[in-house]
Design a protein around this ligand. Structure first.
Ligand code: ZN
Length: 161
């Protein structure tokens, strides 16, 4: 579990504002950055393929988003869900927001959607009962499988009228 124990983030930076301007960055598990929003693979996933989608602007609540930010953000949530469905073939999803640390947000000051793929036989109850997470695939392997799909989505966005 090197991603849990080692490879920690640079201090003093926001997880949802990875450095640079590039479309992707494997060291930050950044799968997509374009049009005012990003998609990251969660370094501390509940299941394999647990994604985080956020606006690039540091806001804590949906009420702070302007209309120009909402459309690409929801489009990215939708595209990321479609990509997970195609590549990982889950049986369902949990998609949601935790607003405020009392509501379970790990990073409460930067709004982010969780997209958690679920399988009929996954062992999520273990997380609840024993803080055990069952991740069958190495996170960098998952990243490598998902990245070409996000690149294709990026190309689509660039060529859209
Ligand atoms: Zn931030």
């Amino acid at each position: 579990m090197e991603h849990v124990l080692g490879k920690t983030r640079r201090p003093g930076t926001c997880l949802f504002e990875p450095p640079g301007k590039g479309f992707c960055a494997k060291e930050d598990l950044l799968l997509y950055r374009n049009g005012g929003c990003i998609c990251l693979l969660n370094r501390f996933p509940y299941t394999n393929g647990h994604l985080l989608v956020a606006p690039t602007r540091h806001v804590s609540c949906v009420t702070e988003l302007n209309e120009k930010e909402m459309t690409p953000l929801m489009a990215l949530v939708s595209a990321a869900t479609a990509i997970l469905r195609r590549i990982l073939e889950p049986d369902g999803f949990n998609i949601g927001l935790n607003l405020g640390s009392e509501a379970g947000a790990g990073i409460a000051d930067h709004l982010h959607f969780h997209i958690v793929p679920r399988w009929r036989d996954d062992v999520n109850f273990m997380t609840v009962l024993a803080d055990v997470r069952a991740i069958p695939e190495h996170i960098e392997t998952t990243y490598d499988r998902l990245l070409p799909e996000f690149q294709a989505y990026y190309q689509l966005q660039k060529t859209a009228p």
